[in-house]
Design a protein around this ligand. Structure first.
Ligand code: PLP
Length: 370
């Protein structure tokens, strides 16, 4: 059949002509573009994951545990150690990456005729989840230093009456964490939205927050309309396993259980996540050194006269360049892949191993003439 005789495909009009979104996946020596943990799992973790998967394989003729309460209990135990917050397994939910968690949230609380509100610059996937669930998308503004003014946030919630507010903290691509008072201001405003409003704090980079920066997990008690999302993709060094999770009131989690696909979390995924969580001490030890590496990189960039956003994450947003594309390309030509993202003039680099960070610094000195 020739192309012009081929039947039309009824692609939704809002998707027509769109390309799939995603960071370039290029084969270069130094990958500092998607905020992964640069350290692969240790031999011991690999061995335990492998035997957990082998055990799960014996039962793969059966559908997996749909409620995965054992994994949810393990995640609750991890959060208790990480943030000092006590949660029941029924207050935890998991999915194939926190990206799928966000989709569950918008499937349950968004939809046609409803609005999701966020504050830009922020994670570029958020408008896509809104589009895919036919939820209206409104982006308020962050301040010039990428902080969020509590009064402006409160006013935006009152004006737009969203059913969901998405707050990334630490924010991607800026690294900015929100003070508890700002999240509380949004929670108060959300409680007054007629029909209700869920506030989602995306803490994908929560483990990298600096000492003294609180987690929104501490606000869960008393706020049944709060959801805090986390992931095993970043600090935990398990991006390839696709495990994201959320902590919230059991009532909020119950609404997500309605929209999830049947058996959405495979037995293999559950086994991998539980085996890795049993080694959380070891994995979290790396987070401390990545934090130090981040702080040193911020200092180094500032010493060379660059502007650097405050970062509570495992990446740094820096600039400002008249031609950021040329800087990005120059680094790539030297085998270092970073990310061209954020407001005009800025670039984002993930914190790698000391060797990778050194390669980045050397390349940047050459490219930008620092
Ligand atoms: C990386 C990232 C995620 C995590 O996505 P996963 O699907 O869990 O890998 C979520 N939110 C933000 C802001 C991120 O940068």
């Amino acid at each position: 059949m020739t192309a012009d005789l081929a039947p039309a495909l009824p692609v939704r009009p809002e998707l027509a002509g769109l390309e799939p979104y995603g960071a370039p996946q290029l084969d270069v020596p130094v990958l500092l573009n998607v905020n992964e943990n640069p350290y692969p799992p240790s031999e011991q973790v690999v061995a335990d994951i492998a035997s957990a998967v082998a055990e799960a394989a014996h039962g793969l003729n059966r559908y997996p545990d749909r409620e995965f309460l054992a994994l949810r209990a393990d995640l609750a135990a991890y959060l208790r150690v990480e943030s000092g917050v006590d949660l029941a397994p029924e207050q935890v939910w998991a999915a194939n990456g926190s990206n799928e968690i966000m989709l569950h949230l918008l499937q349950a609380f968004g939809g046609p005729g409803r609005t999701v509100l966020s504050f830009a610059p922020t994670y570029s996937m958020y408008p896509e989840y809104a589009r895919d669930t036919s939820t209206g998308w409104v982006a308020g503004r962050r301040e010039d230093d990428f902080s969020l003014d509590p009064d402006a946030a409160r006013a935006a919630v009152a004006e737009h009456r969203p059913s969901v507010v998405l707050l990334a903290s630490p924010n991607n691509p800026t690294g900015t964490a929100l003070p508890a008072a700002t999240v509380e201001a949004v929670l108060d405003a959300a409680a007054q939205v007629p029909g209700g409003c869920v506030v989602v704090v995306d803490e994908a980079y929560g483990e990298f927050r600096r000492r003294g920066t609180p987690s929104a997990l501490e606000l869960l008690a008393g706020h049944p309309h709060l959801a805090v999302t986390r992931t095993m993709s970043k600090a935990f060094g398990l991006a390839g396993a696709r495990v994201g999770y959320l902590a919230a009131s059991a009532r909020l989690v119950d609404a997500l259980r309605v929209v999830r696909l049947p058996y959405h979390l495979s037995a293999v995924t559950q086994a991998v996540a539980r085996a890795a969580l049993a080694h959380s001490d070891e994995l979290m030890a790396q987070v401390g050194s990545l934090r130090e590496e981040r702080d040193a990189l911020v200092v180094w960039l500032r010493e060379r006269g660059l502007t650097v956003a405050e970062s509570d994450a495992n990446f740094v947003l820096f600039g400002l360049f008249d031609d950021r594309r040329a800087v990005w390309q120059g680094l790539l030509d030297r085998g270092v892949l970073i990310r061209e993202v954020g407001p005009e003039g800025w670039l984002r680099v993930s914190v790698g191993t000391p060797q990778e960070t050194a390669a980045f610094r050397d390349a940047l000195v050459e490219v930008a003439g620092l």
